[in-house]
Design a protein around this ligand. Sequence first.
Ligand SMILES: Nc1ncnc2c1ncn2[C@@H]1O[C@H](COP(=O)(O)OP(=O)(O)OP(=O)(O)O)[C@@H](O)[C@H]1O
Ligand SMILES: [Mg+2]
Ligand SMILES: [Zn+2]
Length: 502
Amino acid sequence: MVFTVRSLGLHGISGYPVLAECDLSAGLPAFTIVGLPDAAVNEARDRVRSAIKNCGFTFPVSRITINLAPAHVKKEGTLYDLPILVGILAAGGQLQVKQPDCAFLGELSLSGQLRPCAGMLPMALRAKEEGIRALFVPEDNAPEATLAQGPDIYPVRDVGQLVRHLSGEELISPARPWVPAPQDTALPNFSQVKGQEQAKRALEIAAAGGHNILLSGPPGSGKSMLARRLPGILPGMTRQEALEATQVHSVMGLTSPEHPLIDVRPFRSPHHTISSMGMAGGGSNPKPGEISLAHQGVLFLDELPEFPKEVLEVLRQPLEDGQIQISRASGTVTYPSRFMLVCAMNPCRCGWYGHPSGRCRCTPAEVKKYLSRLSGPLLDRIDLFVQVDALDFDELAHRQPSQSSATIRARVNEARSRQRERQHGASNAGLDRDGLDQFCGLDEDGLRLMKGAFDRMGLTARSYDRILKVARTIADLDGSPGIQSFHLAEALQYRPPEYLRR
Ligand SMILES: Nc1ncnc2c1ncn2[C@@H]1O[C@H](COP(=O)(O)OP(=O)(O)OP(=O)(O)O)[C@@H](O)[C@H]1O
Ligand SMILES: [Mg+2]
Ligand SMILES: [Zn+2]
């Protein structure tokens, strides 16, 4: 007898429907899984066998064949333990599954307990599309699965409980939709940073428009300190943005049952020893990299010139497209990677190049070599450049607390919602050609100012567009419908310092 159980699989960060067909037939006892199982799926045989026995059922003395369809797609992971177990029990008549539109997912322990698996949200979202009405998942995955707002989610603790539910003996109640509890995660606050008004202003603009930014300056001037305070002023996330970020974290197994929704923008700060694959994603079982974990949030590269050139090179295409494609023999997966790039660096190895004190002891050749790691195309994608100079004694000794992150964030949120309304959700940094023409027009004064700057600073077409976008954000922070020439004048201050110009 053949019994078919519905389940789901994971490809990249999307779910797809899987059918587990279980056939029990006469012949020498055997247990085979077909449908391109990986090692973990194959080991399901041992877990399922033990779980069935340890939960008081009989493991059928038959020839058992499990086909995981579609058979040409590679199946990975431990999530098929539960559908296989349900299939074997149902095919052998030990269990009745009356509901046709239900699906099962989950890893089993040898004693029949369910263990959580990664990628629950994307699979639950797909289940919703497939018209599945009831989804049985491990207890710890249930809160996340409810985020899909699709099928009824049944949290399952162990096999016994599931069997009692299916036989109508003792029903499991569907999980209540997860809603965030008010949380007050204490993020580092801008009020702790003394002075550095220009850098703070630039970070506020960056957060408001989603602009890439680079902070450079001597050691100890507070670049890392400033960048790490960015999460506290980033604009709130829409539900759609939060779901997208959560899906990436979910497939990496980085979501928690207590707070499964990534509703605070991610802030990723990989160390400069990271590999290209860690940055971009990939591997034989492809996984998202740092640029995708930073999706809808910030990728912070501290000590930028220390990153190997090839690691920085992989950023180019995703910075442009907002996604990355990874090709493998088994096919191509696409991961989203729309992030804001924040970089910090010293201008030379000793850190004091260009400082009025003349402390820098690097030769021009050394400075050149140090900066040569930063490719032009990467710098071309940065909208705001800020020089962060060391504070003088008066500023440091100044006791008055600075503006708090909450105050700055309120302005950022307002500016962002203006962009959303005007540009159908796009941030200023994400404007395309049409958007630039439509929303970033200059008046006569502005055009004159821009022309002067173009000739004087030797701007390129690309930097021209970037200046316009930054000016648009400055106007949004100011609540101004049009870009005024003083908005543009401020935008022109954030051009690269001389040593970074080519
Ligand atoms: N503006 C400031 N207000 C208060 N403290 C500051 C300020 N700038 C620097 N500091 C203090 O100096 C320390 C060093 O700053 P930080 O690590 O951010 O410097 P940096 O510019 O990243 O230096 P490096 O180039 O060596 O990485 C901070 O942890 C902080 O204690
Ligand atoms: Mg630092
Ligand atoms: Zn130096």
